[in-house]
Design a protein around this ligand. Structure first.
Ligand code: DOR
Ligand code: ZN
Length: 335
């Protein structure tokens, strides 16, 4: 049987939520990943040192039997230097959402005036705190990410010592930015390596494939594949796995988010094998993130095997990506 081994896989963009949902989904990520960058868009958002510490405790309590490192983030505000210095040891990054752009982002940034942000972003540069960005404007939905590139350029130029991570990129435009500015990096999801807009609304509307940023055009998918499959050193895997209860997805107003965490590594094996690039998967799912974030996860070995695996119809009240479908790789063992 064909197998593939991955060491210390990392999910550098992960929504675990809170309460009952956290208890449902956290063990699924903890099973196959060594760690994850935990998004702060709770209600209310994670924005104080106490919030960070308490949320980390709740995450750890939800995964009692597996080793999993939650790398914590704060929800971006124009924080002052003193506060940032006090919290720097307890966070891995700060996540910036444009106000109202996606789930639980109402408290995000409504003005990208550099002078208003300067104090915070300079302090983050000095303290070595990366800035993770949901890069979408409020323009036409298919153009939002491409329109945001001018904001990335302004941030990259004005704060050359700030590590800026373009989260869950979906466009050729974003891929092209990677080699243009030394301090720009990116995460890519597994669903954006598989979907175009056709997979969301090309036939019957597929609410479980609906997310922000929405999947784009075939040429965008090709651009994402080109950097992921080569494991471009500035690109990392971040699932953006974003669970919502079935009632919020199969509904007249469908919440944005694809729940992919339990099948992410299996699908990545399938994609990388299809293009004969399995040798690059380790860098994409772990090594690049270790270098970019300067982290050193504890040892964990995942052996995947090539055999048909039926994706469960649901995990509690959450429907995963590809529910009920047969995929070609499965997890054989975790140590
Ligand atoms: O589809 C998404 N869902 N995109 C985001 O940026 C947020 C996420 C969520 O929290 O549900
Ligand atoms: Zn996200």
């Amino acid at each position: 049987m064909k197998t593939h081994t991955l060491l210390m896989p990392l999910d550098m963009h992960l929504h675990l939520r809170d309460g009952v949902m956290l208890e449902n989904v956290a063990p699924l990520s903890a099973y196959s990943f060594s760690g994850g960058l935990i998004m702060p868009n709770l209600v209310p958002p994670v924005e104080t040192l106490e919030d960070v510490k308490a949320y980390k405790q709740r995450v750890m309590a939800a995964v009692p039997n597996d080793y999993f490192e939650p790398y914590m983030t704060l929800f971006y505000k124009n924080y002052d230097k003193r506060f940032l210095a006090s919290v720097a040891q307890d966070i891995m990054a700060i996540k910036l959402y444009p106000a109202g752009i996606t789930t639980n982002s109402d408290g995000g940034v409504s003005s990208f005036n550099v002078e208003e942000m300067r104090q915070t972003l300079e302090a983050m540069s000095v303290l070595g705190i990366p800035l993770c960005v949901h890069g979408e404007t409020n323009g036409f939905v298919m153009d939002r990410e491409a329109e945001f590139m001018s904001i990335y350029e302004i941030l990259a130029k004005n704060f050359p010592d700030l590590k800026i991570i373009m989260e869950h990129i979906t466009t050729k435009a974003a891929v092209e930015m990677l080699d243009k500015y030394e301090n720009l990096y990116a995460t890519i999801t597994v669903h954006h390596l598989l979907f175009t807009l056709d997979d969301v609304v090309g036939g019957m509307m597929m609410p479980h494939n609906f997310c922000k940023p929405i999947a784009k055009r075939p040429e965008d998918l090709d651009a994402l594949l080109s950097v992921a499959l080569e494991a471009h050193p500035k690109v990392m895997f971040g699932s953006d796995s974003a669970p919502h209860p079935r009632s919020k997805k199969e509904s007249a107003g469908c919440a944005a988010g694809v729940f992919s965490a339990p099948i992410a590594l299996q699908l990545l094996c399938e994609i990388f094998e299809q293009y004969d690039k399995l040798d690059n998967l380790q860098a994409f799912v772990s090594d690049n993130a270790q270098s970019i974030y300067k982290i050193c996860p504890e040892f964990k070995e995942i052996i995947l095997e090539k055999r048909p695996f039926v994706v469960p119809d649901d995990y509690g009240n959450v429907v995963p990506m590809y529910a009920g479908r047969v995929i070609n790789w499965a997890i054989q063992s975790v140590e």
